[in-house]
Design a protein around this ligand. Structure first.
Ligand code: PLP
Length: 404
């Protein structure tokens, strides 16, 4: 007989996966993948951090390690260390027990659990997202019935922040609206507010009673300094107000596939935080019951050991330095080539991504004629480039922008 699913429509491809599939199928020896959001070495290889490899070996040899279930909210050690990493060990929110942290299935899981918690327990269902933002952001909130709005963020004219537009849009947001903020290394634009601008945003949001929901997927990946990259969040926590923070270890420890993340909710009082924690368990329990143990054990082992943290930050610094060098090389090469346009945003933007400003037609041309793959919005993963491949990429950009 007919399938029970015979009427099922085919879903549209998810853009970033479509780019990945097209890249794999391309037989060209000169092809480059600047589309996917993972760190690549100068040789174009995936990068496993030395400190992570060592801890994994250590865990393998540790006879006390078991594979029994974690609690619903995950590893208590991991949660405490994650909160300290993002808020700072001496944060009053932590010392006053006003923050509750639950281990989640990577940044994605933290965003989804946070969205579902808010849908169930928060009075306002309007969520503001930066325009543009990470492609999965709308989905977390739409899946649980929130209403989406956007606030102006990126200014195509300057390739920088539309700070005036941002302030205007948040000013007209209804009281209590949830505002998604990317803590640093904004995906896809590479544009972050300055600390001074964060302070403005904080004042406005507190005045209007807007609820900050931080997505923190790149702490340490922008400046190479973990504290510096968490400053946006810390100015909001320092005023005693409330916020949510979704942390991801995928990029910053290079453990993408281990799915390690955390959701913290900073509350006004310890009593509220403990009730929030009790409700988070009821969100998590029917989703996946409890989180995986391995990646959280790796992270907790590193964060618990001063020397390993130092080793990690040295590796982080090396990765961010490589990105900064690549930005400089790309900019210089575009200037040397005399490619029309102002390319200074390549060095002004920060983090793993450069928002090139190439339009979808130019992106399609570069993909077809040069076998260089990137997101349709012109976002490039800087680490997909190398000193060796930059001249070829510049040739492609030059051809795309001078084509009539
Ligand atoms: N948030 C942002 C801004 C991201 O760029 C990503 C991954 O690309 C995520 C969240 C999801 O990270 P994870 O792999 O930890 O789920």
């Amino acid at each position: 007989g007919d399938s029970a699913f015979s009427k099922i429509p085919r879903a549209a491809d998810i853009p970033v996966y479509a780019v990945m599939a097209a890249f794999s199928k391309d037989p060209s020896p000169v092809k480059l993948n600047l589309g996917v959001g993972v760190y690549r070495t100068e040789d174009g290889k995936p990068h496993l951090l030395d400190v992570v490899r060592r801890v994994e070996q250590q865990l393998l040899d540790d006879m006390s390690v078991t594979k029994e279930y974690l609690p619903i909210t995950g590893s208590a050690d991991f949660n405490k260390l994650s909160a300290e990493l993002v808020f700072g060990a001496d944060s009053p929110a932590i010392t006053e027990n006003r923050v509750t942290t639950v281990q989640c299935v990577a940044g994605t899981g933290a965003l989804r659990i946070g969205a579902e918690f808010l849908a169930k327990h928060y009075h306002q269902n309007i969520v503001y997202l930066p325009q543009p933002t990470y492609g999965n952001h709308p989905n977390f909130f739409l899946a649980v019935g929130h209403t989406l709005k956007t606030y102006r963020y990126y200014d195509p004219a300057t390739h920088g922040l539309d700070f005036q537009g941002l302030l205007e849009d948040l000013s007209s947001a209804p009281s209590g609206a949830i505002v998604l903020l990317q803590a640093c290394g904004h995906n896809p634009t590479g544009v972050d507010p300055t600390l001074e601008q964060w302070e403005h945003i904080r004042q406005l949001m507190r005045l209007k009673g807007l609820l900050p929901f931080f997505d923190c997927a790149y702490q340490g990946f922008v400046s190479g300094n973990l504290d510096m990259d968490a400053q946006s969040i810390r100015v909001f926590v320092a005023d005693g107000g409330e916020c949510l923070v979704a942390q991801s270890y995928s990029k910053i420890m290079g453990i993408y596939a281990d799915r390690v993340g955390a959701l913290s909710i900073v509350c006004k009082t310890a009593d509220v935080a403990s009730r929030v924690n009790s409700q988070l368990k009821l969100v998590i329990r029917p989703s996946y019951s409890n989180p995986p143990i391995h990646g959280a054990a790796v992270v907790a082992t590193i964060l618990n050991d001063r020397e390993m943290v130092t080793e990690w930050t040295v590796e982080l610094k090396a990765m961010t330095n490589r990105i900064i060098n690549l930005r400089r090389q790309l900019f210089d090469a575009l200037c040397d080539k005399g490619t029309p346009g102002d390319w200074s945003h390549v060095t002004r933007q920060v983090g793993m991504y450069a928002f090139s400003g190439l339009n979808d037609e130019q992106v399609a041309f570069i993909m077809k004629d040069y076998h260089i793959y990137m997101s349709p919005d012109g976002r490039i993963n800087m680490t997909g480039l190398s000193t060796k491949t930059i001249p070829y990429f510049v040739e492609a950009i030059h051809a795309a922008v001078t084509r009539t």
